[in-house]
Design a protein around this ligand. Sequence first.
Ligand code: ADE
Ligand code: ZN
Length: 326
Amino acid sequence: MSPDDELAPLPTAELHLHIEGTLEPELAVALAARNRVRLRFDGPEELRRAYRFSDLQSFLDLYYELMAVLQRPEDFTDLAEAYLRTAAAQGVRHAEVFVDPQAHLARGVPLEVVFEGLGEAFATAEERHGVSVALIPCFLRERDPAEAEELLPRLLRYRPLVIGIGLVSAETGRPPELFERVFARAADEGLHRVAHAGEEGPAEYVTAALDHLGIERVDHGIRSMEDPSVVARLRAEQVPLTVCPLSNVALRGVDRLADHPLKAMLDAGLAATVNSDDPAYFGGYLHDNVAAVTRALGLTLDERRRLAENSWRASFLPAAERDRHL
Ligand code: ADE
Ligand code: ZN
């Protein structure tokens, strides 16, 4: 087997992917032209140069700004279609995709536009790309939790495509317990629950998200490694963590990939998975992340198999379907 074969993609479930974060500069520029939206960037190259960040907030500023090019259902369809094509080539066979409804509503784009546009691409994704897809709308933590509570019933209309809810955006100063009520309602409705925690925020936000929001997976969670009692709990309960290595380096949570805690997480017996977060902005899709950490951390083929297996176990697929991949 050549080193390249060893690094061939393994069939994997992608569990941490923001659909708006798959907006490549070329597509952003093309959609801006199609919708007559003026961007402050002169073409895809200049835009690509702006995809450099000092922290999470500096990324979020550009990420929300560029959403302006997404106006009509077909824009969301084209965005999703481009992601599915690339993801399939990178070994993704199932994706539980995040979307930010409040960010679109706040700029006057109705829910129907977002969900019908995405739904159009997702309905035939299995047939055309060999990728099954589900959707997890996420609440923005800087906004009023009451707004999330009002939005929840409207999201329920998009079941069964919608399978759960998440919590995203700048973490610091917005502890999980603010969103306890909406997460409790979502649980009563039988929705799955996940939350970004321990990305920039402290390990105690991971504990708070487990205790107050009843989350079934932790998105990122890398700062859990700073608190041995949190690590012990994640291990004992086998709580899945959706880790995004290229994102952590791009947003300066980790200095270099060689310093990334992923291997330490595996060594500690945690149920870590590798995902791509906002791949257009951070330099790579799912397998690009796996290949990069494999090289930087010297992961073995067995460890890569474990990551893929963890992704299937952590997915929200029905047990029979999930077990087909194990
Ligand atoms: N929204 C999109 N990407 C995000 C990230 N990495 N962290 C928090 N919120 C996000
Ligand atoms: Zn994320």
